[in-house]
Design a protein. Structure first.
Lengths: 428, 160
């Protein structure tokens, strides 16, 4: 349970809000690089943190992210011509560069200098690992560029997708750190999904539906360990990483790729669910990439030309009651990503946390909220840099590992939870 | 059906009844913390100090006595049996052997246990591990936190 004012503080991320200030402390994913595939390509509309923005790539390959609307009469610059190092509004020809600076106002004499006085709000945007990242905070406090392992491995080793989720970011993120639902909601997929099946760890999952949890604070967020019984009195641990504010990384299975999410607010009632898969030491196979594109694993099939899932609330997520009854899927919804999204969206755009009844196994979620609230307060009261900004907080991995019964996972998996180039992930 | 407009049609009737919670300090350091905590406003909480087995030194003892925060003696089984959930609090490096006595009583009565290790900021990994080893066999959930505030937040979240 959260009080209403706490819920508001964490779920509202627009300009001027405390939660928004937290998100504006980080580099966040804005677009897939493939959305701006070449110089002078069409601009793309994107809403982030309740701000409507236009993204474009200019003649020289520079990326721009700025206020979507022309300063003259408020026309959307999605209609603009991307030409000669700037976006030109088609209404009266006003032209802007990637910094939002107006370069040309055709109706005014050039010598008047009027264009110099016009500048749209803009944010830096850079490409890293096939993702375009932006920083929307105070320019004076801009952190170092992101260093998540999935964007630093060679391109052939990584795959990233995104989809729209029609819920607030927090309830989506909380699903990412809620390990106890896997044995129920996703049990039908562990042995059938091509990106999960065949791992020995799956049997530990399926044989023990009542895991025991340990939640440990990490420098950047949390380690959430789910413990199940293995052979000879040992424990099978699945360790999820959560790095503030909204990076989650799920424990791997067998030799499959490692995966996780970013949950980025579009506005207070929708968010971008970013999903990544990568392998630290090998290329992804053609079959794996094909499965990811086809919506397997944590990825989702989206409508052609957009990012709304094919299965969505308007078609009841294509629920298949026969598959549910037969046990092929536990909820009747196909695909791990949509199984999560369908239930999280069903809570409503912003779940009313004053009505929830949490239990002991929800301590990962409770602790994440506690840390978020603490970080927001420290940021607002003292200007303290929140966890997750520092590069060392980003060099993390989830892990699946079998340990002796008396060994704390934080110690037994200490090395496995650090991202090291060319070192294989700890996986079972 | 999950639109903001539809939210106003959600039932406003209460969806749960109060749960009784026994909050048990397992060592001296956590006892003073529990005492402070007991001064806050809670719905259905009992605050207790580290139990002593009927036969001290017997690691298999499954009943004993403990003391309420206002120094009233009470049986472990009675307190655990009256609770819907038990929260055990231990300080990092503290002596948490009493977790076994509480844990066995919880196991017997089928009561959910949560264990918290607090005060980890200045503690060594060895200290945390020692306490963790005593708590782990008896806890459905273990939380290791450097913030005592977390206990308050967790209890609020669990509607204690």
């Amino acid at each position: 349970m959260l009080r209403k004012e706490q819920n508001d503080l964490l779920t509202q991320t627009g300009p001027g809000t405390s939660g928004g200030r937290l998100f504006r402390s980080y580099w966040i994913p804005a677009l897939l690089a493939g959305e701006l595939p070449e110089n002078d390509c069409p601009p793309v509309r994107v809403k982030l943190l309740s701000e409507r923005l236009i993204a474009f790539r200019d003649t020289n390959g520079r990326y721009g992210l700025m206020d979507e609307f022309c300063a003259h009469r408020g026309v959307s610059l999605w209609f603009a011509r991307n030409e000669e190092c700037g976006l030109r509004c088609p209404y009266h020809g006003w032209k802007y560069d990637v910094t939002g600076q107006c370069l040309d106002v055709p109706s005014e004499p050039e010598a008047s200098g009027f264009a110099n006085k016009i500048k749209l709000k803009s944010y830096p945007m850079i490409e890293r690992g096939g993702v375009l990242w932006t920083y929307m905070g105070d320019p004076e406090a801009q952190p170092p560029l992101p260093e998540w392992e999935f964007i630093t491995v060679p391109p052939a080793q990584t795959y990233t997708s995104k989809r729209i989720q029609e819920s607030n970011w927090l309830q989506a993120m909380e699903g990412g750190i809620d390990s106890s639902h896997v044995s129920f909601l996703h049990r039908g997929d562990l042995n059938s999904d091509p990106l999960f099946k065949g791992a020995k760890g799956n049997q530990y999952n399926l044989n023990d539906s009542r895991p025991v949890f340990e939640v440990v604070e990490s420098p950047g967020g949390l380690y959430i360990g789910a413990r199940r019984n293995a052979e000879e009195g040992k424990y099978y641990w699945r360790i999820t990483q959560w790095v503030m504010p909204s990076f989650t990384m799920i424990a791997p299975r067998g030799n499959h790729s490692v995966h996780g999410h970013f949950w980025i607010p579009i506005d207070d009632e929708t968010c971008w669910a970013w999903s990544f898969d990568y392998h630290p030491i090998r290329d992804l196979t053609a079959a794996e990439v094909s499965a990811m594109r086809d919506g397997k694993g944590i990825h989702v099939r989206t409508e052609p030309g957009g990012y709304r899932p094919v299965a969505n609330k308007d078609n009841d997520y294509l629920i298949d009651r026969a598959a549910q009854k037969a046990g092929r899927t536990f909820s009747g919804v196909e695909g791990i990503g949509m199984q999560d999204a369908s239930l999280q969206e069903s809570m409503g755009p912003v779940v009313d946390r004053t009505k929830e009844n949490l239990v002991s196994t929800d301590n990962g979620i409770i602790m994440a909220r506690h840390r978020l609230l603490r970080a927001v307060k420290a940021l607002v009261d003292k200007g303290a840099t929140p966890p997750g900004v520092a590069i060392e907080h980003q060099k993390v991995r989830s892990a699946a590992i079998v340990l002796p019964p008396d060994e704390p996972f934080k110690e037994g998996a200490r090395e496995a939870m650090i991202a090291r180039p060319s070192v294989a992930p700890a996986s079972v | 059906m999950s639109t903001a407009a539809e939210l106003r049609f959600r039932l406003q009737a209460p969806n749960s009844k109060g749960r009784s919670t026994a909050v048990i300090a397992l060592d001296a350091a956590s006892e003073s913390f529990i005492r402070r905590l007991s001064e806050d406003q809670w719905n259905h909480a009992t605050f207790l100090k580290a139990p002593i087995a009927d036969t001290p030194g017997d690691p298999q003892s499954d009943d004993g006595w403990m003391t309420t925060i206002d120094d009233r003696q009470t049986r472990v089984r009675d307190e655990v049996g009256a609770a819907d959930q038990v929260i055990m609090v231990a300080s990092a490096g503290g002596h948490a052997e009493a977790a076994g006595l509480v844990g066995r009583a919880c196991s017997f009565k089928r009561v959910t246990t949560t264990a918290l290790i607090v005060g980890t900021a200045g503690a060594s990994d060895a200290d945390v591990s020692k306490t963790l080893a005593q708590l782990r066999p008896w806890s459905l959930m273990v939380v290791i936190s450097d913030s005592e505030d977390y206990v308050t937040d967790m209890m609020t979240a669990l509607r204690v």
